[in-house]
Design a protein around this ligand. Structure first.
Ligand code: HDD
Length: 700
C-alpha cells in the first residue's frame, strides 16, 4: 500500500464518523472542524448529505429537495458509451526521449535532436471485451501512444501484433461483430473461442497470418510491460526538403518479452481479473518505470518495389532481417493517472492525428481508420470539444482557430472575429511554410472496388511466423487452435480452419485435426497464391528468443509457514533484491509468520489468495508448518500449478507438500533445494523464466 492509499484516520478509530441526532430527532453525519465543506454543483454548502428532505418521519420526500435531485441527476448521467472496440484499457503518462536524431529523414518534432523530450500518454487495451472484462483474455492488445509534440499531437495507434486480420477497412465492422458476443444471446464475452468468430475467419483467408500470431502466446502477455508494440501500417516520414521515406514503427520492451501459459491465463482471470492494470499501476508506483525502445524500419520505393509483398498490405510484416529495426528513442512510463475516467476513459486517439514530418500511405485499412477514430470520439465523448480535455489537448504548442461553440465549449476566441479571411487585423492565418503539407503523390487509375493482386498471398508469411517459433511455442499454437475450435459447435467451421492450416504447415494441420478428432483431413483451402516454402525463419518473431536478460522486475512467490528458516529467507530476499526482483510471502494467515529467529514477516497474501500463477517462480518454505501446509488444498494447488506451468521451484523442507501432491516421481531439474548458499544459483536459474524441459513430460 503506498502512502496515498492509506486512510487519514487512526487505525480502528471512528473519528471521521461524527454523528448525532439533532434537536428535532434528525440523524446527522457531518464535517469535523477544519474539514472542507461539501457543496452542490452550484457551490451551495450542503448541511446534510445523509437524509433527503421529508415531511415527517419517514414522510414523503419533497420534489423541492434540490440537493437530492442534483446528486441523483448527476449520478444518472455518469456513464458514457464504452469504446466499440478496445473498451477495456489502462493508461499512464510518460516521456519519449529521442536517442538518435532523424532530421535528415523527417521533420517530425520528436526526432529533431538527440535528447529531445516529448510528453506522452499511453493506453493499453484488449480489443473484444467490454470495460469490465478480464485482462488475461486471449486477445490482441492495443498499444496507443499520444505524443504531445511541439508541433501538435501525434497519435501512434498500434497493437502488440504487427499485422492485422483484414486488408480493407470496409471489413472491420464484420470482423468486430463476429468476435463480439453473438447478437441473439449476448455471449461469449471477451473471447474468440466461438462459432461466429471462426466462421468469419475461416471465410477470410487474408486473416491467416494474424491468426497465427493470435493463437501464439503473444495474445496472453504476462504484463503490458513485457509486450511489443507495432504501428502496423507503413507510414511516411517526410523531411524538410519534402523527401519521403517509408517507415514502420516498433516498440521493444526493455523488460524483455514474456507471456503466460493458457492455463495460467484462465486462472489469473479468476484470481485477479485486473492483473495487467494492477501490474502497471504497482510498477509505476514503486518507481520501477517500464521502458520501450522505439525502433523504425526505414525503406524507400526501390525496396518497396523489390519486396516479395506489398508494403501497403497490413497483413504483412517486413522481416527485421531484411530491413533492420533502428532504435531512435525510448518511452518511459513514469506517472499513473490521477483519475481513471478523466484520463484513461476520455483519452481520444485518432490515427488522423499526425504532425509535420509524418504522413499516411495508401494502405486501405489506414485510410478507413482515419475516418473511424474521429467519428467514434464524437459518439463516445458527446461533443467535438473533446480536444479541449486536458488529456487530449496539445501541450507543446498553442491552439488557434475559428472553431467555436458546441456542447461544453470552454475555449471560444475572445472578440468579434470568428472567420477568416477578415480585415480586422486579428486572428490566426494558415502558414504555407510551417503548416502541415501532405506529401505530394501522383495518383491515377480507374475508380473501382478492387483488391490489388499484390495483396493476394495469404499463407506464406503465416508459415514464416510458424516456423520461426521454438518447439514449445509451436506446441502452444497448436493447443490454442485445438482449444478455440473445440469451442465451436459446428464441425464444418473446424474443418474449414484446418483446411487453411494445411496451406501453412502440414504437421500443424495434422496435430490440430487429430486434436479435434475430425473424421478426416479436409482438402486444403483454395489459395489465391501457392504458399512459399522458401521464406526463412525470423528470430524476431519468437517470444522465447527475445526474453529478458535477467530476472529484474519479476516476482518470486514464497509459500511460508511459522518457523521458516530466518537465514534462508534473508538470503533469498537479498539475492532477489540484488537482481532487481521481489519476494512476496504467501502464508496461512495474512497477519504473517514468525521466522526461526522469532521475527514477524507480514504476509502479502493468504494461502488461496496468492496462487502461484501470479508469480514468475516459487519457493516452498513451510518451516515448522510443513504438515499443515501440505494438507491445505490451496497450497497443493500452488505447487501443482507451479509444476504444470513449468516454473522454477525452490524448496526447503517441502517433502510433505511434494508428497501430498504426488509429484515426488516428477521432481526434475526445475526443482532446486535451497539453503542460504544456493539462493544465488536459484535466482540465476530463474532468469530463464520457465523450465521448458518439463513441458513435454506434463501430459504423461
Ligand atoms: Fe482500431 C480503437 C488499434 C484497425 C476503428 N484501435 C483502437 C485502439 C487501438 C486500435 C489501440 C484503442 C485506442 C484507445 O486506447 O483509445 N485498430 C488498431 C489497429 C488496427 C485497427 C492497430 C489495424 C492496424 N480500428 C481499425 C479499423 C477500424 C478501427 C480498420 C475501423 C475502420 N479502433 C477503431 C475505433 C476505435 C478503435 C472504432 C474504438 C474506440 C476508439 O477508436 O477510440 O474507431
Amino acid at each position: 500500500m503506498s502512502a496515498d492509499d492509506k486512510p487519514a484516520h487512526r487505525p480502528g478509530s471512528f473519528e471521521h464518523l461524527v454523528s448525532d441526532y439533532g434537536a428535532g430527532g434528525e440523524f446527522h453525519q457531518h464535517a469535523g472542524e477544519g474539514d472542507p465543506r461539501l457543496t452542490t454543483a452550484q457551490g451551495v454548502t450542503i448541511s446534510d448529505n445523509q437524509n433527503s428532505l421529508r415531511v415527517g418521519a419517514p414522510g414523503p420526500t419533497l420534489l423541492e429537495d434540490f440537493v437530492l435531485r442534483e446528486k441523483i441527476f448527476h449520478f444518472d448521467h455518469e456513464r458514457i458509451p464504452e469504446r466499440v472496440v478496445h473498451a477495456r484499457g489502462f493508461g499512464a503518462h510518460g516521456i519519449f526521449e529521442c536517442t538518435k536524431a532523424l532530421g535528415d529523414i523527417t521533420r517530425a518534432a520528436p526526432f529533431q535532436a538527440e535528447g529531445t523530450i516529448t510528453e506522452t500518454f499511453v493506453r493499453f487495451s484488449t480489443v473484444a471485451g467490454s470495460k469490465g472484462s478480464p485482462d488475461l483474455a486471449r486477445d490482441v492488445r492495443g498499444f496507443a501512444v499520444k505524443f504531445y509534440t511541439d508541433e501538435g499531437n501525434w497519435d501512434l495507434v498500434g497493437n502488440n501484433i504487427p499485422v492485422f486480420f483484414i486488408q480493407d477497412a470496409i471489413k472491420f465492422p464484420d470482423l468486430v461483430h463476429a468476435v463480439k458476443p453473438a447478437p441473439d444471446r449476448g455471449f461469449p464475452q471477451a473471447q474468440s473461442a466461438h462459432d461466429n468468430f471462426w466462421d468469419f475467419i475461416s471465410l477470410t483467408p487474408e486473416a491467416m497470418n494474424m491468426v497465427m500470431w493470435q493463437m501464439s502466446d503473444r495474445t496472453i502477455p504476462k504484463s503490458f510491460r513485457t509486450m511489443e508494440g507495432f504501428g502496423v501500417h507503413t507510414f511516411r516520414f517526410v523531411n524538410k526538403a519534402g523527401k519521403s521515406t517509408f517507415v514502420k514503427f516498433h516498440w521493444k520492451p526493455k523488460q524483455g518479452l514474456q507471456s503466460v501459459l493458457w492455463d495460467e491465463a484462465l486462472k489469473i482471470n479468476g484470481f485477479d481479473p485486473d492483473r495487467h492494470r494492477r501490474d502497471l499501476w504497482d510498477a509505476i508506483k514503486a518507481g520501477d518505470f517500464p521502458e520501450w525502445d522505439l525502433g523504425v524500419q526505414l525503406f524507400d520505393e526501390d525496396f518497396a518495389d523489390s519486396f516479395d509483398f506489398d508494403v501497403l498490405d497490413p497483413t504483412k510484416i517486413i522481416p527485421e532481417e531484411l530491413v533492420p529495426v533502428e532504435i531512435v528513442g525510448t518511452l518511459t512510463l513514469d506517472r499513473v493517472v490521477d483519475n481513471f475516467f478523466e484520463e484513461t476513459e476520455q483519452v481520444a486517439f485518432c490515427t488522423q492525428n499526425v504532425v509535420p514530418g509524418i504522413d499516411f500511405t495508401d494502405d486501405p485499412l489506414l485510410q478507413g481508420r482515419n475516418f473511424s477514430y474521429l467519428d467514434t470520439q464524437l459518439k463516445r465523448l458527446g461533443s467535438p470539444n473533446f480536444t479541449k480535455l486536458a488529456v487530449n489537448a496539445p501541450r507543446g504548442c498553442p491552439v488557434h482557430n475559428y472553431q467555436q461553440d458546441g456542447h461544453m465549449q470552454t475555449g471560444n476566441r475572445k472578440g468579434r472575429v470568428n472567420y477568416e479571411p477578415n480585415s480586422w487585423g486579428e486572428g490566426p492565418r494558415a502558414h504555407p511554410l510551417e503548416g502541415y503539407v501532405s506529401f505530394v503523390v501522383k495518383e491515377e487509375g480507374e475508380k473501382r472496388r478492387l483488391r490489388p493482386e499484390s495483396f493476394a498471398d495469404h499463407y506464406s508469411q503465416a508459415r514464416q511466423f510458424y516456423i520461426s517459433q521454438t518447439p514449445a511455442e509451436q506446441g502452444h499454437i497448436a493447443n490454442a487452435l485445438i482449444f478455440e475450435l473445440s469451442k465451436c459447435q459446428v464441425e464444418d467451421i473446424r474443418a474449414r480452419v484446418v483446411a487453411h492450416l494445411l496451406n501453412i504447415d502440414g504437421a500443424l494441420a495434422e496435430t490440430v485435426c487429430t486434436g479435434l478428432g475430425l473424421a478426416e483431413m479436409p482438402d486444403p483451402a483454395p489459395a489465391a497464391r501457392p504458399t512459399r516454402q522458401d521464406l526463412p525463419p525470423s528470430d524476431a518473431l519468437s517470444i522465447l528468443k527475445n526474453g529478458p536478460e535477467d530476472f529484474s522486475g519479476r516476482t518470486v512467490g514464497a509459500l511460508v509457514g511459522n518457523g521458516v528458516d530466518a537465514q534462508l529467507l534473508a538470503a533469498l530476499k537479498d539475492a532477489l533484491s540484488a537482481e532487481g526482483a521481489m519476494l512476496k510471502l504467501v502464508a496461512p494467515q495474512i497477519g504473517g509468520v514468525r521466522d526461526s529467529a522469532g521475527m514477524l514477516h507480514v504476509a502479502d497474501e493468504k494461502i488461496g489468495g496468492g496462487p502461484s500463477v501470479v508469480f514468475d517462480a516459487v519457493v516452498i518454505l513451510p518451516g515448522k508448518e510443513a504438515e499443515l501446509i501440505a494438507g491445505h488444498p490451496s497450497a497443493q494447488d500452488f505447487l501443482k500449478d507451479a509444476h504444470a506451468h513449468c516454473k522454477l521451484i525452490g524448496h526447503h523442507g517441502a517433502e510433505a507438500l511434494i508428497a501430498a501432491t504426488a509429484l515426488q516421481a516428477k521432481v526434475d531439474g526445475g526443482y532446486m533445494p535451497l539453503d542460504a548458499a544456493s539462493v544465488e544459483g536459484f535466482v540465476k536459474a530463474c532468469r530463464a523464466l520457465r523450465f521448458w524441459d518439463r513441458e513435454p513430460t506434463l501430459a504423461k
